[in-house]
Design a protein around this ligand. Structure first.
Ligand code: BGC
Length: 363
């Protein structure tokens, strides 16, 4: 992704271009946002973060988000690269849940479970996109009305997602949703990061810190058992920064089940009204640092376990296991079936809100 150092520094109006056309003739746009040294490209299809360019310690930009160059690849085979996930991020056990005495059946698209909102989730929908420039911020408002019963979920869900680049180059995502019938909601973004640049190899030497003393262990189908286990003396202890790869081969039973990290971390701060910083990731080679602040009580740390050398990325390089990581801020997986977890129920008259801020720096 070639852009001269400093080129993204200026605040500019969002730029729209034609990215591709779906089989049914629907046009898909790509929007480019530039501000504070960060350049972000977003597709109207799936609200996908296609590229995210940030400078290294010498000011050289690289695209740190895994993805594809063409729409056809996103449609045919994307493991949710960069996507806006809904209505429910991560898994719902047995592809069903009961709310107010009624059982709702969802598409089972991950063994017996429903993953990331089903096989035609928000990541596969075309969103209405409206650009804006507000003071020193530039942004996109993505809107979509999900009809009652879509992918099995009750209620018409009116969803608005704002992607904002601030004057400091922070990338902020604000989610809001309302419903006309009781339902469940858990929205997130599924960007795979590699702070050394997508396609540059493994992220196992990145240093990660997560302010979480507990995580939610899973069963063989990656559904939480309901326990909140301590991270102490396990590979899940990221309370002090450590290399992503250092404990991956430890032989821990939970790491075997996920073929790596694929777990929800219980953030010590809990759910908060405004985003609080809970995660830091640093690549020692490029010097790039990403900090994540969120309102959410959990984060799914996924270490790119199922990247298996079968996908060719944006710049033509092949993605192999561990070539990217996801940090999906969220409510806990399977909450609709787990009375002990924070509730994901949304009722008419209420507004679902969630915000996550990615800020970038160097050391
Ligand atoms: C899930 C993984 C899944 C990945 C890509 C993550 O959020 O937890 O199990 O493979 O998304 O589909």
């Amino acid at each position: 992704m070639g852009s001269a150092p400093g080129e993204a520094a200026r605040t500019r109006d969002p730029v729209r271009e034609h990215f591709g056309t779906l089989d049914d003739g629907t046009r898909v746009d790509r929007w480019t946002l530039s501000n504070g040294g960060t350049r972000l490209r977003v597709l109207s299809y799936g609200g996908i973060v296609q590229t995210l360019e940030i400078p290294d310690r010498r000011g050289r930009p690289a695209n740190v988000s895994l993805g594809f160059a063409d729409l056809a690849d996103y449609v045919a085979k994307s493991p949710y690269f960069g996507a806006l996930i809904g209505r429910y991020g991560n898994r719902i056990a047995g592809a069903r849940f009961t709310l107010d005495g009624t059982t709702y059946r969802l598409p089972a698209n991950d063994g017996p479970n429903s993953l990331h909102g089903g096989d035609q989730g928000f990541d596969k929908r075309v969103w209405d996109v409206e650009p804006y420039r507000r003071g020193v911020d530039v942004g996109l408002t993505l809107r979509r009305v999900s009809p009652d019963g879509e992918m099995g979920y009750p209620g018409t869900l009116t969803t608005r997602v704002d992607y904002v680049l601030t004057a400091r180059g922070d990338f902020r995502v604000d989610y809001a949703a309302t419903t006309d019938r009781p339902t469940v909601v858990n929205l997130t973004n599924h960007t795979y990061f590699n702070l050394a640049g997508e396609g540059s190899g493994s992220v196992h030497d990145h240093r990660l810190r997560i302010d979480a003393s507990r995580y939610t262990p899973v069963d063989a189908t990656l559904i939480p058992t309901g326990r909140r286990a301590t991270v102490s003396r396990t590979p899940f202890d990221f309370r002090h920064a450590k290399r992503i790869g250092v404990d991956l081969r430890e032989g821990h039973e939970q790491i075997l089940l996920g073929q790596g990290y694929d777990h929800n971390f219980v953030l010590d701060k809990g759910a908060t009204a405004s985003p609080e910083q809970v995660i830091t990731v640093a690549d020692p080679v490029s010097g790039r640092i990403m900090r994540i602040a969120t309102t959410e009580p959990g984060v799914q740390f996924y270490s790119g376990n199922f990247l298996d050398g079968t996908l060719k990325g944006t710049s033509g390089r092949i993605y192999r296991q561990g070539d990217g990581f996801c940090l999906e801020t969220q409510h806990f997986p399977d909450s609709p079936n787990q009375p002990g977890f924070p509730s994901t129920v949304l009722r008419p008259g209420e507004t679902y809100r969630s915000s996550t801020v990615h800020s970038f720096g160097v050391r």
